[in-house]
Design a protein around this ligand. Sequence first.
Ligand code: FAD
Length: 329
Amino acid sequence: MKAFELIRPTSLEQALDLLPKPAERERVRVVAGGQDLYTEMKDRIVEPDQLIDLKRLPGLDRIEVDAAGNVTIGALVTIAALSEHAHLRSKLTVISEAADSIASLQIRNVGTVGGNLNQRPRCWYYRHVGAHCLKKGGTVCFSKEGFNKYNAILGGGPSYIVHPSDLAPALICAGAQVVLAKKGSSRSVLLEKYFTLPSEGDPLRETVLEAGEILTHVNIPAPSPGWRSTYIKFKERGSFDFALSAVAAGVVATGGLVRAANLVLGGVAPIPWRSASGEAKLVGQKPDTAAFREAAKEALRRAEPLSDNEYKVALTKNLIERAFSRISS
Ligand SMILES: Cc1cc2nc3c(=O)[nH]c(=O)nc-3n(C[C@H](O)[C@H](O)[C@H](O)COP(=O)(O)OP(=O)(O)OC[C@H]3O[C@@H](n4cnc5c(N)ncnc54)[C@H](O)[C@@H]3O)c2cc1C
């Protein structure tokens, strides 16, 4: 690993003062738990000169719930703390279950919410120091014609990565917004709009985070009365692994009909993939297998599998049916 300078600011203002101008973006990086960034640095995928360590910033390691049930999660809250939070477990189960599904307890104890949402893709071409792929400034996404078992079936092109975060689909399902701070100001962005498709944004990045910005908080509105939610993830290795496919689902069903539905897919697209048309298929229907099957079919209607990942289509349909069955019974 290349030597680097570690700077440890003790206030958000200090940290924001230290953040890079656009031209220095690759030279100066922020680090939280380091579970992803240090791996990239050890593999020489990124080689910053300076790291701004966020771990000493006060107040960002808290989960707060107001009287109305709105939740604020600081960017430095660990994945383990999310998983252990009683209010989230009972009212926003999709988030607790997504946190439970991430990596190992050791990684959950160190990895943070801000780091999880901003972690980089796991595509093996991206992670291979010898492959100068599109995500690293090259001209070709090698997965398109190469080994693509783990890659995108929805929203792919020109890059076919899948977004690796389990928290992202769950938080989008719960209607989360993120707060992005920079020197002198801050802005709120719906988490669903935070992630960018490679065809729409800069293929070198996955989010709208600008140089000089830090993600400081995630805000989640109080769920509607009766909202039930779940996260189901399918992984290749039982102990811990990234999602081959995952489903974050939420539903309000009263009087024998679905009144509201949320459906966000993980592990199948370059961004957490919200299926508004799949949700629409459920609203007004009886919450039964036929309706779930229609929603699943619709959510995958535009899937364009690559040579080795057609299995993800049937798998994801199955997970969607299972998720809605679980929360509608
Ligand atoms: C073996 C292994 C298995 C894993 N399995 C899973 C899994 O199944 N599911 C899953 O979702 N994740 C998984 N992860 C990823 C892990 O959860 C993330 O690496 C971790 O959450 C990153 O958090 P961190 O705080 O360590 O981030 P860091 O490594 O510190 O940072 C990651 C990236 O985010 C940026 N960043 C960090 N904080 C902020 C912030 N507040 N604002 C802006 N940018 C920021 C950093 O600059 C860096 O680019 C796995 C990781 C490992 C090593």
